[in-house]
Write a protein that binds this ligand. Structure first.
Ligand code: GLU
Length: 305
């Protein structure tokens, strides 16, 4: 009797054990901004007796390279972080992302859009003349095309002809399906937004969720992986604050649980710009080569006095 009670208690504790993850893309070397994110996740997992995962977000085969992944592992190990094995590598899971796209497609929530980047740029330039065409929170023009209304036979024949396309979410239909969505923010957005927040996916328009040649997107793979890995707390930079609205929408459409979100301050360069992978002065390997210790890195990112 007692044994069963203890078993149930332990099982409940494991099920509710917080799960954190650091999810870099191996398209360059880590800098102080990544160090802040990784250390925050690791520290928060420790403080909550939770689990800490590393996930490699390598869906972009043209930019991601194995040597960057090796360097990430080396830099994080040097920083003193430990994570569970095996590490999930997104490029090994295209089948799962494809299946999720199929589920959205079955409900007619997506459509293929055949316009090239150049065509979209031209359409936006034309519209900008009359009135500035809306941009999404990343500054990318909202989809201006009308592929949503394309006749079924035309769509099928263009696909059969091998024309490239992006798979876009039909935002209007998606919103009809879900209604208003919220998320719990324990960090803060760029304007100090915190607490229970309303998601605003409309601002993203018919956002891309997949491509013909890569049957996924950052948004789709991140929400699927967070759910599949049981991530309970997403701790990441404020630059991804607005993307959370799309993530909440996809979670709702795909019946996935919503983790809590914690967006943290960004590390800025001397000109107040977000650090980029090419800024050598703040690269972890450069700092290490110059004699910095892991404790120095903690100080540099403001996590230690
Ligand atoms: N892979 C993303 C990046 O490197 C982070 C994804 C996330 O934390 O949601 O910016």
């Amino acid at each position: 009797m007692l044994a069963r009670w203890v078993y149930a208690f332990v099982a409940a504790a494991i099920m509710t054990q917080p799960v954190f993850r650091f999810a870099p893309s191996p398209n360059g070397h880590l800098h102080l901004g990544h160090a802040l994110s990784a250390l925050l996740n690791f520290d928060m997992a420790r403080a909550a007796s939770g689990r800490f995962l590393l996930r490699i977000e390598d869906i972009d085969a043209t930019r991601c390279r194995p040597e960057f992944e090796e360097a990430i592992v080396e830099d994080l190990t040097w920083l003193g972080l430990e994570w569970e094995q095996p590490v999930r590598r997104q490029s090994a899971h295209f089948g799962e992302y494809h299946a999720a796209l199929d589920r959205l497609d079955a409900r007619r929530l997506t459509f293929p859009a055949f316009e090239s980047r150049a065509e979209i740029a031209r359409m936006v330039a034309d519209r900008d003349v009359r009135e500035r065409w809306p941009r999404d929170p990343d500054g990318v023009p909202v989809y201006p095309g009308a592929a949503r209304q394309m006749r079924h036979d035309e769509r099928e024949s263009r696909i059969a002809n091998g024309e490239p396309y992006a798979i876009r979410l039909d935002m209007e239909r998606a919103l009809e399906w879900t209604g208003p969505l919220t998320w719990t923010e324990t960090g803060a957005g760029p304007q100090g937004e915190t607490g229970e927040l309303m998601a605003d996916p409309v601002a993203w328009g018919d956002v891309i969720v997949g491509r013909k040649e890569t049957p996924t997107s950052y948004h789709l793979s991140v929400v699927l992986d967070d759910a599949l890995q049981g991530v309970t707390h997403v701790v990441r930079g404020q630059d991804l604050f607005w993307a959370t609205s799309v993530h909440r929408l996809l979670q709702s459409l795909l019946d996935l649980p919503a983790p809590a979100y914690h967006h943290h301050r960004l590390m800025l360069d001397n000109d107040g710009r977000k650090l980029s992978k090419s800024t050598l002065a703040t690269g972890l390997r450069e700092l290490r080569a110059a004699g910095a210790s892991p404790a120095d890195i903690r100080r540099l990112v403001g996590l230690a006095a």
